[in-house]
Design a protein around this ligand. Structure first.
Ligand code: CA
Ligand code: CA
Length: 146
């Protein structure tokens, strides 16, 4: 059994981190990806749990977004901080997740994650355009839990 942090190959991890970096060039928003094997309950609750635990609520504009994947249980969720959540249309996260699940069905996991990052990035760009004094408030990471 592969360790969760080997779920994505090095090349895939690199591509995902590049996608986050590229997305954050257009927005002050911050994106992270969190993976774990199993999620017993509701994926959104779990995403919110990790969002807090990874201190992603510490951005000035409250515009951090976590993309959460429980890979073995094929559950995904995305959670945006309050600055974003109150502005996105209700179906936005659903659309992102639906596309992601479709990619999973085709076992195109990293591609699905990258597409989701791009979609989130475009929305963040609209709501929180890049500022010249932007800081990388949350390091661009893929993190792992179990
Ligand atoms: Ca930033
Ligand atoms: Ca960042």
């Amino acid at each position: 059994m592969k360790n969760i942090n080997q779920f994505f190959s090095k090349t895939e991890q690199q591509a995902i981190l590049e996608a986050i970096k590229a997305a954050e060039k257009d927005t002050s928003g911050e994106i992270r990806v969190h993976l774990e094997n199993h999620c017993k309950g509701d994926a959104l609750n779990r995403a919110i749990h990790w969002f807090g635990r990874l201190k992603m609520n510490k951005t000035a504009a409250h515009n951090g977004v976590i993309l959460y994947l429980a890979v073995k249980d094929r559950k995904v969720a995305v959670w945006g901080d309050q600055g974003i959540n109150k502005q996105v249309p209700e179906n936005f996260w659903q659309d992102v997740l639906q596309d992601l699940l479709l990619s999973f069905r085709d076992e195109a996991y990293s591609q699905g994650v990258i597409t989701a990052i791009r979609a989130i990035g475009l929305k963040l760009k609209e709501l929180f355009p890049y500022q010249s004094d932007d800081k990388d408030e949350l390091s661009n990471d893929i993190s792992y839990g179990s």
